[in-house]
Design a protein around this ligand. Structure first.
Ligand SMILES: [Mn+2]
Length: 338
């Protein structure tokens, strides 16, 4: 971290600042310029309150040279993290596809979709049991029963399951769930993140619709700081001025997050687009840009779905998309080898 001092700083003020920093275990390196002086801060500055520093009378500006996230940072972990889940992996250039309905609605529905997406090549099954809906009057999910039905579908197909947790009180129901999803609206429930950090199972962390890359990585840091390194980052569209699509898919998230972090990055094209017809294009763009996987909503009867039917692919369209994705993935791999 670098502290730029104001042009007219008194000796007394400078001593006060340096003493304060030293008390916090920071060593200092002073560079005296003709007009301005600069303090280089050496040591662990992650706990320093940057705003408090900025407000001091002799401080002109403060700049971080090191990101505040350590565990998720690629600088300290140059190789990609590859997370094993059942018979598959996610990360390190994988193309891991998670597919299934927005919500678990019935045993017949979830098993039908699970068998179909497995046949098309999906490696994991998604399905919501606890649903964070914008309206309290909308379908809230089958809750405990939804998790039981997902486990039935897992038994029938062998696909590991991914489902969303909304609150700490639900945690004991997630014992047999393979991947716990933290949704966009829960991304900054820090108490929940800390507790998930005490588990060893993978956590799929979705970016909030108005959160920066750094905020997403700091949320990952919460999980990792408690000991769980198995975090999967997921971009699912952000809020912009455009209202035609449900959200705007931020493709930049893929190269940027992969540059900043070693964690796997996947894309959710369904919630970003909000319309099934745009999902194939966004999925192909994501794989071409180097995403490690996708999470896609697929329904056996989208018109009658209890949630997000308009953005759900039919099982036939999903099968077709998987074929196209294989072509894109092969091309992307060939480009990397070039
Ligand atoms: Mn949904």
């Amino acid at each position: 971290m670098i502290v730029i001092l104001k042009e007219k700083s008194e000796e007394r003020q400078l001593n006060h600042l340096t003493e304060w920093l030293k008390e916090q275990g920071i060593s200092l390196h002073m560079t005296k310029g003709l007009h301005q002086s600069i303090l280089g801060l050496i040591g662990d500055t992650s706990k320093l309150d940057i705003n408090l520093l900025k407000q001091m009378d002799i401080v002109e500006d403060v700049k971080r040279v090191q990101e505040p996230f350590k565990n998720a940072n690629r600088k300290f972990h140059p190789l990609d993290t590859v997370i094993p889940i059942g018979n598959t992996v996610i990360g390190g250039g994988s193309m891991t596809v998670i597919a299934g309905p927005c919500s678990v609605e019935s045993e017949e529905q979830i098993i039908t979709v699970a068998e179909s997406v497995k046949g098309s090549g999906a490696q994991l099954l998604r399905g919501g049991a606890f649903k964070p809906r914008t309206s309290p009057y909308a379908f809230q999910g089958l809750r405990n029963e939804g998790i039981r039905l997902l486990l039935e579908a897992k038994k029938a197909t062998g696909l590991p399951i991914v489902t969303e947790i909304m609150d700490l009180s639900q945690l004991e129901l997630f014992d047999e769930v393979d991947v716990i999803q933290v949704g966009a609206r829960t991304m900054q429930n820090f108490e929940l993140l800390k507790q998930l950090g005490h588990l060893s199972k993978p956590i799929l962390l979705k970016r909030g619709l108005a959160n920066t890359y750094q905020e997403l990585l700091m949320s990952a840091e919460y999980i990792m700081a408690s000991g769980n390194e198995n975090v999967i980052l997921c971009e699912r569209g952000i809020r912009t001025f455009e209202t035609y699509t449900r959200n705007t898919l931020d493709i930049s998230a893929i190269p940027v997050l992969k540059n900043l972090s070693h964690l796997p990055v996947i894309i959710d094209p369904s919630h970003a687009a909000g319309a099934a017809r745009f999902v194939p294009s966004l999925s192909m763009a994501a794989i071409a840009a180097g995403a490690d996987g996708l999470i896609i909503e697929v329904h056996n009867d989208p018109q009658h779905a209890l949630c997000d039917g308009v953005q759900s692919l039919t099982m036939e369209d999903f099968e077709k998309l998987m074929k196209h994705l294989t072509v894109i993935k092969n091309a992307q791999t060939a480009c990397l080898e070039d």
